[in-house]
Write a protein that binds this ligand. Sequence first.
Ligand code: SF4
Length: 460
Amino acid sequence: MSAKSAATFIAKSTIKASNLDHRRKINFNISKYNTTVPQGKAQFEDLMDAREQAKNIKWRAIENLDSMLETFEKNISARGTKVIWAETAEEALQNIGKICKAKQCKTIVKSKSMVTEEIHLNKFLAKQGIESVETDLGEYIQQLDEEPPYHIVTPAMHKSKEDVAKLFSRKLGTPDNLSPQQLTLVAREKLRKKYVEAEVGVTGANFLIADTGSISITENEGNARLSSAFPKTHIVIVGIEKIIPSLTDLALFLPLLSTFGTGQKVTVYNTIISGPKQKNEIDGPEEMYVILLDNGRTNLLSNPKTREALYCIRCGACLNACPVYKNIGGHSYDTTYSGPIGSVITPHLKNLKSWKHLSYASSLCGNCTEVCPVRINLHELLLENRYESVVEGDSAVSERVAWKMWKISSLNRSMMNMGNGKLKNKVVNSLFKGWKKHRADLNFSQKTFNEMWKEERGKK
Ligand code: SF4
């Protein structure tokens, strides 16, 4: 399994990295992002202070995760929401299945949610004979193309407007030269009907608010509002790490999320939901469920070093900044969460042995850490994953032998001085064939450090 997922990752990455058309589309979309983000950042008087504050709030929330979640449960339950704790993806799916069965559900409308991707909800619902319709435009495009999201914020980032026009033409029979505005109207017309038909609406949540017992959803299209308000039953599925202590914390987190996610000062729709329709209200679902998902998050929590990966607010900034992501794209990772944050958390959400290779897919340039709004030390966590995998004995024998030899020779002056650069190049480059596959030959200096030192001193 381990070797297989690593081999798949390398094979897919190799193809994508040499695909210039892919690179052009990604660079085009990321360049737009790079233009807008500085504009969004200008709204903060002291951006570093805002980021530090956000990190501190998330630190407090995660250090007190158990009591925060219980407070959230108590407060949201008081207004009639049913809270379900799911330890695994399977438990979450079974609960959703039960609710859908009780409601005789045939159609679900779903807003964008990476957690539903993580548990493969659509696949599960299809097996139950339930149609699950993605209502976020990017997700709708991806669903039409039968592809998973490419990016945690921008699901169809790798597609140009021409690609989308051709896709709509192929799948929906529209002319193949529609403009983005026309394509949006086509999607809108198709989706409107679904909101009315659906018995159940499924959303994620960007934040769980402990003190008021509410969920907060951030979006640009209004589809999450419709998905949560139109159907009679609203199911929220959310990772337990999304907790923040107080409603007032949103004053910091909403602008941070939108600025680092898309460059907007604030996202178009920010909705706070504190329960189903109350007695004196006329709108909203009759029933509301919140499924609190662990699915490996407590593995990250149990290690004081990796714990800070749970501060992530899924803004996607680290993906856009990562030179590896920009070359190999989101699908090469074969995981729900791609890019630097995906490489940090996936080995813990799934298993280290099978997914440790992602932690090596980094130049450790630190750009991810630099751009993270909650200042997660992403590149150091990648190193921590590598360290853990070595300690657990997951590294290859050849690698262990190579490092041992390297250590012995580095600590031995006469061995270091042995042979000239040509000989060293020949020996090392024939030994490290795997290393050379995607890199230039290692090139040793013709003189040893010792020789150069002596020459330098001789001059004086
Ligand atoms: S790790 Fe930081 S930069 Fe990356 S998605 Fe999460 S919050 Fe954004």
